[in-house]
Design a protein around this ligand. Sequence first.
Ligand code: PRP
Length: 194
Amino acid sequence: MSSTSSSVTTSSDIHPDIAEVIITEKEIRAKVTELAAQVRADYADTEQPVLLVAILKGAVMFMADFARELGRPLELEFMAISSYGASTSSSGVVRILKDLDREIEGKRVILVEDIIDSGLTLSWLLRNLASRNPASLDVVALFRKPEAVRVPVEVKYVGFDIPNSYVVGYGLDYAERYRELPYLGALKPEVYSD
Ligand code: PRP
C-alpha cells in the first residue's frame, strides 16, 4: 500500500493524551532547516568547528536534527543539570549532574536548548558557560514561552514563540513521557492533574 503522507502528522497519529497539536512535525522540520541556515550564514567566516552544547534530556531531538542540518564542521557536547526536581515550575536552583567533557576556552560555542520557559535555566547556563571563556557564545532555542519569561535573556535564534500551556513532544516530557512524539502538543489537563 502506498502512502502520500508518510512524513506528515495526521489526526490519526495524535497520541490520545494530546489535546491539540501546537506545532506540527512538518513545521518543526522547516524551522530547524531555517535556523540551521541562519547559523550557517552567521558562522560562514570561520573554518573552526562550532561547538554545539545541548542540555539533557529535552534538547536531544533538536540537537540531533539541528546538527545534521547545519552542514558545517562542528563538535557535540552535552550537559545535564537539575533545575526542576519533581515540580512543574522552575525553581531557578541549578545543579550540574553531568558537566562538559572538555574545556571550551577559545571555542565558538552555541548552546542548543529545546525550550525557554521562565528563562532561569538559560540565564544560569549562560553565566556558567561565559565564565569558561569561550571565543563566542550564542543560543539557539526551538521553543520559547514569552508569557512565562521571568528573567530576560538575550537569545539570538528562536524557533517558535508558543502559548503558556503544558506542552510535550519533540524532546519535551511530562514525568519522562511523550519525548518521542514528533510534534509539539498540548497535554490534556486530566493527564497531569490526576
Ligand atoms: C527544561 C528545558 C530547559 C528548561 C527551561 O528542562 O529543557 O532546560 O526546562 O525551563 P526554564 O526556562 O523555566 O528554566 P527540564 O528541567 O524539564 O529537564 P529535561 O530537559 O530533562 O526534561
